[in-house]
Design a protein around this ligand. Sequence first.
Ligand code: APR
Length: 229
Amino acid sequence: MKIVVFSGAGMSAESGISTFRDNDGLWEKYNVYDVATPEAWYRNQDLVLEFYNQRRKQLLEMEPNEAHRLLARLKSEHQIEIVTQNIDDLHERAGSENVLHLHGELRKSQSTLNPKLVYPIESWELKKGDFCEKGSQLRPHVVWFGEAVPMMDQAEALVADCDLLIVIGTSLNVYPAAGLLYSVKSTAAIYVIDPSPMDISPYKNCVHIQKTASEGLKKLIHDLEFRTL
Ligand code: APR
């Protein structure tokens, strides 16, 4: 069975990373237009660098949670691809292999001259004066609001080819990512795992498991009689 997992911030909530739109979420503490847009970068690079430096510093102290680990174990049984909106590396650190980061990766930087020049950030800090090989300032390797999502076509192709789409911990507010649920073929099933009430009526063959990522995944793995547990 070909499985695609589409994850959002709720996937990492049990690791201690704040979501964006829940009570006390990141976008209640910060104005998204001040830290996560190209305009913010032109206006105040220090603030943007500091915002992502703090996120990166926090990430280095976090560990994958049970839900990340359960997904990683599924790969021994099924062909599994992960499409994540998360910029953390917790899927990889749990052992998952095929992880497509739709919104970029916190532990990487990219050239402001050529976005294809991407570099790992070894520690937590990206500073003014950190340059790419062409001599241009490096910025976080993150897709900001108002920017195109370069991996979208690849993500759509994966979803269109799967038999089972497992959606975990996303409010499905942000497009084009949220539109992936419309790309499934008519014979595929969708399971949405999220503790909040969700309107799943627009989606075909869709079931909502109203639980946290780890509890919801355990239920799904049990109900579908995967041997992983
Ligand atoms: N397990 C599963 N889901 C959870 C948990 C949990 N323990 N805790 C909260 N959630 C759910 C919430 O109910 C909510 O539906 O996670 C979802 C988080 O939604 P958002 O904060 O909107 O995050 P996300 O959908 O990933 O945001 C998409 O928006 O700000 C941008 O680029 C950022 O990639 C991000 C995008």
